[in-house]
Design a protein around this ligand. Structure first.
Ligand SMILES: O=C(O)[C@H](O)[C@@H](O)[C@H](O)[C@H](O)COP(=O)(O)O
Length: 322
């Protein structure tokens, strides 16, 4: 999508303010193909000025006892705007969950997502966020020692966690002394204990853990967490945590949350930037595909929660061909 296409589309859609209190005056009309009923269809927006403008939402109204999910796609002019918006979004959820239940469970991926969190460790968020309520988890981890250059724990620790005062015993890293299979089982056992203690909520719908916020990236091939296209673990529907020994993205051994856990989340922020992701974004937002060849990113579909794609213009640059 060119800038001018985005700009001219920007004025066209108005979103009911009842759906979204943060409504921007600018919103994007997407092609009809993006507004149809595929589970991953979104409305979209291009907030160039506001720090947080989840402009459009597609909500399924929920009757009592039913589930509802909301999906948004936000397109930022610059990565710095994205990082500012992500910090605001996260801090608002932190305040909400800390007030509602005295804990905020946050799940991180590796990759470029971690850099996008940098503004949380700066004023005003550094002082304003109640870090004592945070419990941090990993949606996936490479099976390497914690001080290894490939470790997602180390990445998050170096770039984010070392800069904010989260109590050390609330940072739930994978046990790096175990095999991939052992580490996955151990992590699942620890999550179950934290669910028993009430730190992690359980979804009344699925019985799987319901994390307050997952912050995840997507690979150029459409993978999320360590759930890669065509790998059998994408179909795992019993375990909370599983492992792979043959990840196409090095290193090969990883542990990963399963889709039932990911899709039970209360909120997911999917951070997707750069032209290298444009093909997968295009595929994910295209119609006419069968449900048998879904990319992992297309399988992210919350039962009862909010999924927000935080993207930039290069990442959505192929959408004009839809
Ligand atoms: O450990 C990992 O490899 C990640 O958790 C992985 O799922 C990552 O988030 C994506 O590959 C996106 O990474 P980039 O944003 O760096 O492309």
């Amino acid at each position: 999508m060119t800038t001018s296409a985005a700009a001219s589309a920007t004025a066209a859609l108005s979103t009911p303010s009842s759906v979204n209190p943060h409504r921007s005056s600018s919103a994007l009309r997407l092609p009809a193909s993006l507004r149809r009923s595929h589970p991953n269809r979104f409305l979209s927006s291009s907030p160039s000025r506001s720090p947080l403008v989840p402009v459009s939402a597609m909500a399924s109204p929920a009757a009592a006892g039913e589930t509802s999910s909301r999906k948004k796609l936000i397109i930022f002019d610059a990565e710095d705007d994205l990082a500012a918006s992500l910090a605001k979004y996260t801090s608002e959820l932190s305040a909400k969950f800390a007030a509602e239940r005295g804990a905020f469970t946050v799940v991180l991926s590796g990759g470029s997502l971690v850099k996008a969190l940098r503004k949380l460790a700066e004023p005003p968020y550094l002082e304003a966020v109640d870090w004592s309520k945070w419990h941090v988890f990993w949606v996936d981890e490479r099976v390497v020692p914690k001080d290894h250059a490939d470790s997602n724990y180390r990445l998050a620790s170096d770039q984010f966690l070392s800069k904010v005062p989260i109590p050390a015993d609330q940072v739930h890293a994978i046990n790096d002394e175990l095999s991939s299979e052992g580490a996955a089982g151990d992590y699942e056992t620890r999550l179950k204990q934290l669910a028993k203690n009430g730190v992690i909520e359980l979804s009344p719908v699925s019985g799987f853990p319901k994390f307050d916020l997952m912050l995840m990236g997507m690979g150029p091939d459409g993978h999320v967490a360590s759930l890669f296209p065509g790998h059998p673990v994408v179909n795992e529907n019993q375990k909370w945590v599983t492992f792979v020994k043959d990840s196409p993205k090095p290193p090969p051994e990883r542990i990963t949350f399963t889709f039932p856990v990911i899709n039970s989340s209360a909120h997911i922020a999917l951070v997707i930037t750069g032209a290298g992701k444009a093909g997968a974004v295009h595929k994910a937002l295209s119609e006419g595909q069968s449900t048998s060849d879904l990319l992992p990113v297309e399988m992210v579909s919350l039962q009862n929660g909010e999924l927000v794609w935080f993207t930039d213009k290069p990442a959505v640059s192929m959408l004009s061909s839809i």
